[in-house]
Ligand binder design. Structure first.
Ligand SMILES: C[S@@+](CC[C@H](N)C(=O)[O-])C[C@H]1O[C@@H](n2cnc3c(N)ncnc32)[C@H](O)[C@@H]1O
Length: 283
């Protein structure tokens, strides 16, 4: 299942044999969804058959970066980078090295393949378990400033205070412990470094146990069950008993569009909350 050199026919045969809901199928669905959004803008034939415009993550990234005015002098971490387009864009914008991390081997393999061959290859789902093989040319070949590592955003294999900028796009509601993710994020950022977190707060017990959700329950509480209120309190000194006091909230953006394409006739439209943060002095 980890090979990525099958012909289109062989991939289709394997897909039919393994069937819907199999690991093979879920890998292809992930590659299809994130591959289309991250690289579809470079495909001259998109949008086809035209239900969604690719590149929503790129719009989200550039709108989030608008308010980052401090120079970035040092390495960047892109948490939950999936197929890696945001890592390439960060490296281009800030002219520095970027490590994209994710737990999904197949998505990182497709990302690393871009550096090796300059091409992004992915199966684009049409319907059911039918996928079209897509090959997209990029100009990221031999980009030695970008690397992709398979590792856990909850337990990062990096020293404290290493990164000069951090990105976590749409990851917070996907990890087993969002709070631990915030703590780890804070730990690996340098003092004075900026970071961006975006999330649609699409809480689901299949990804995050309900006791770890940061909001989305307990409407009777002070935060009224609102996740963004909970996050604001976690990022303000004394605002919450478990406040992450090394991260200061410096700006917010509301309702940025983020589109997740499922197949030719299905798409999910999210309204994402973006938070800009700054790592404070550790006392
Ligand atoms: C909703 S996707 C967002 C991908 C990308 N940042 C974007 O916005 O298009 C979440 C990503 O986080 C990854 N992920 C989930 N749990 C993770 C963890 N514990 N550590 C690192 N990555 C994780 C998934 O494999 C997936 O690629």
């Amino acid at each position: 299942m980890k090979r990525n050199d099958y012909s289109e026919n062989m991939e289709s045969l394997l897909g039919d044999c393994m069937g819907p809901g199999s690991m093979f199928d879920s890998i292809r669905q992930y590659l299809s969804t994130y591959g289309f959004d991250h690289y579809g803008d470079l495909d001259v034939r998109e949008p086809e058959p035209s239900n969604v415009i690719p590149g929503s993550v790129l719009g989200l990234l550039s709108e989030s970066l608008e308010k980052i005015t401090t120079p970035v002098n040092g390495p960047i971490i892109d948490l939950g980078c999936s197929v890696g387009r945001t890592s390439f864009e960060l490296s281009k914008k800030f002219n520095t090295s970027v490590i994209g991390i994710d737990l999904n081997f197949s998505m990182l393999q497709a990302a690393a393949n871009v550096i090796e061959t300059g091409r992004f290859t992915y199966p684009k789902r049409t319907e059911g378990i039918a996928y079209d093989k897509k090959i997209i040319e990029t100009d990221f070949k031999d980009n030695n400033d970008v690397d992709f590592w398979v590792c856990d955003g909850l337990n990062l294999p990096f020293f404290d205070s290493l990164f000069s900028f951090g990105l976590s796009l749409n990851l917070l509601d996907c990890v087993g412990s969002p709070y631990l993710h915030l703590q780890e994020f804070a730990r690996v950022l340098k003092q004075g470094a900026n970071a961006i977190i975006s999330t649609p707060y699409d809480w689901s017990p299949s990804a995050v146990p309900v006791e770890n959700w940061l909001g989305g329950h307990s409407q009777r509480s002070e935060s009224k069950g609102r996740s963004e209120t909970m996050l604001r309190s976690l990022f303000s000194r004394g605002g919450h008993p478990d406040a992450i006091e090394t991260l200061e909230l410096i700006f917010e953006k509301q309702n940025l569009p983020w589109t997740v394409r499922i197949h030719n006739r299905s798409v999910m439209n999210y309204s994402v909350h973006v938070m800009g943060l700054k790592k404070l002095m550790v006392e």
